[in-house]
Design a protein around this ligand. Structure first.
Ligand SMILES: NC(=O)c1ccc[n+]([C@@H]2O[C@H](COP(=O)([O-])OP(=O)(O)OC[C@H]3O[C@@H](n4cnc5c(N)ncnc54)[C@H](OP(=O)(O)O)[C@@H]3O)[C@@H](O)[C@H]2O)c1
Length: 435
């Protein structure tokens, strides 16, 4: 890897975006926390120098580091100008790509990175078109060049992927299936998401057919089902343990977890775990409201004019959940967690045959004041010595991943920690497009 010859170790591309500004801040925070000698030269990139400088100034004020703007490089780069993408890629070892929707803007960045021997991490939550298509198109080329194209390294899908691995590690036996239930706790100010994610959802749902097509032509061997087959729930189902209705979670979690399980099975001969992802929606009134909003949304995304209206009026069509301004500082504020917050601790038992543990994703560093997420994993499997072929699962386990506000606090932390892991431990990793 050409780290030594390149001026920067990492570049935050799309630093002027709503999420990009928090990723920039998180990189700066991470660097400030490191020893002077281990701080890495880094830069921000985007199409407006003025906006990039504003982001650096804002981060400098927030973090109380007046010299930040002069310590961080600025690269001007536009997706519509391939030469500028090459120029950015040549200057760094790793690009943190925050320019979305990825289905429109992601591929030229992946291409430029691979051609210039640069690795790339993104926070795509769209399995369609981008995540799986990039794997199909670029895995071999990335491996040949010895670079990593790592997708979905934000709230989608690090908590789900690590949660399943954690659950397996905690199980005293063989884990064969997991269902996860995401609960968003929005706090008194209510939930609000920036319209960059809304746009990604609109175009993602508008193009579900191409994902089906891509999967149908893929020549991947099915991963074997070990143990009893995990039953698919109805589009709306009741989760007794969480006392809430739930619907399928349509982000990239299933795609990512399944790929990880495939990798572990094919390369390390691990027993694969079946997986399904759901999101809790509350009581019956919420279900009715959501069904109404969902039908409305699914009808609009089918037509070009409908998609244009949804993009133009996010606040109106999402019933206030998405806006062009994104969450207010109060909705996305975070504070220090209590000192000594344990990484692993027990929570109440839900059922007599369940073993319950809790994994605190923020590991005692930061906890959201007013908004947070909890992902609860219900796993089933077989205790040691019980024949998987002849019996039904005889043990259950429940684990939780908890974290701060998902989109703009947990996502930057996850993305930056993925970057640090990559920069520090790249020699231990296999090569290619991994999401
Ligand atoms: N996985 C997760 O949990 C998670 C969480 C948060 C966000 N996301 C994803 O992150 C993506 C960004 O979301 P966002 O809300 O931050 O969107 P946003 O505020 O609209 O930001 C988009 C960024 O892309 C840049 N951009 C647009 N066109 C460009 C071009 N031609 N050349 C160079 N840069 C260009 C914009 O630059 P300008 O400032 O110059 O316009 C801006 O910096 C979305 O896909 C969203 O779904 C994922």
């Amino acid at each position: 890897m050409a780290t030594e010859q390149r001026p920067f170790h990492l570049v935050v591309f799309g630093a002027s975006g709503f999420t990009g500004q928090f990723v920039t801040e998180e990189v700066a925070r991470e660097q400030m926390a490191s020893e002077q000698s281990s701080r890495l030269p880094w830069a921000v990139a985007g199409r407006s120098k003025e906006k990039l400088q504003q982001v650096l100034e804002k981060a400098a004020t927030k973090l109380g580091r007046a010299t930040l703007s002069s310590e961080v490089g600025v690269i001007i780069c536009d997706i519509s100008n391939p030469a500028s993408l090459d120029e950015m890629a040549k200057q760094t070892t790793l690009v943190l790509n925050c320019v979305g929707p990825y289905r429109f803007y992601g591929e030229p960045v992946v291409k430029a990175c691979i051609e210039n021997g640069t690795s790339c991490i993104d926070i795509c939550g769209e399995p369609q078109r981008f995540l799986e298509l990039m794997h199909a198109k670029y895995h071999e080329k990335a491996a040949e060049k010895g670079v990593y194209i790592i997708g979905s390294s934000g709230f989608d899908s690090i908590p789900a992927d690590l949660g399943v691995l954690y659950t397996r590690k905690q199980m005293n036996g063989t884990l064969t299936a997991v269902e996860s239930f995401l609960t968003i706790n929005s706090g008194p100010e209510g939930l609000c998401i920036h319209d960059g994610t809304w746009k990604s959802a609109i175009y993602g749902f508008g193009d579900k057919g191409s994902l089906r097509k891509l999967r149908s032509v893929s020549c991947l061997k099915p991963v074997p089902i070990v143990g009893s087959k995990l039953k698919k729930r109805w589009p709306v189902s009741y989760c007794r343990e969480l006392n809430s209705y739930s619907i399928p979670f349509l982000g990239s979690d299933m795609s990512v977890v399944k790929r990880t399980q495939r990798y572990l099975h094919e390369n390390l001969e691990d027993s694969p775990v079946q997986y399904a992802a759901y999101i809790t929606v509350g009581g019956i009134t919420s279900v009715i409201k959501l069904m109404f909003a969902g039908l409305f949304f699914l009808f609009f995304v089918k037509f070009s004019i409908g998609r244009q209206l949804l993009v133009k009026f996010p606040w109106l069509f999402s019933f206030g959940y998405f806006s062009k301004q994104g969450p207010t500082q109060k909705q996305s504020r975070f504070s220090l967690c209590a000192p000594g917050c344990p990484k692993t601790h027990s929570v109440d038992r839900l059922a007599s045959d369940s073993e319950i543990r809790c994994l605190c994703l923020s590991a005692g560093i930061k906890a959201m004041e007013e908004s947070s997420f909890t992902m609860t994993f219900f796993g089933q499997g077989y205790s040691h010595g019980v024949s998987i072929e002849k019996n039904k699962p005889n043990i259950r386990i429940c684990t939780q991943v908890k974290g701060p506000e998902a989109g703009y606090v947990a996502t930057p932390i996850a993305m930056v920690q993925a970057a640090m892991t990559f920069l520090n431990d790249a020699s231990d990793l296999p090569k290619g497009v991994y999401e």
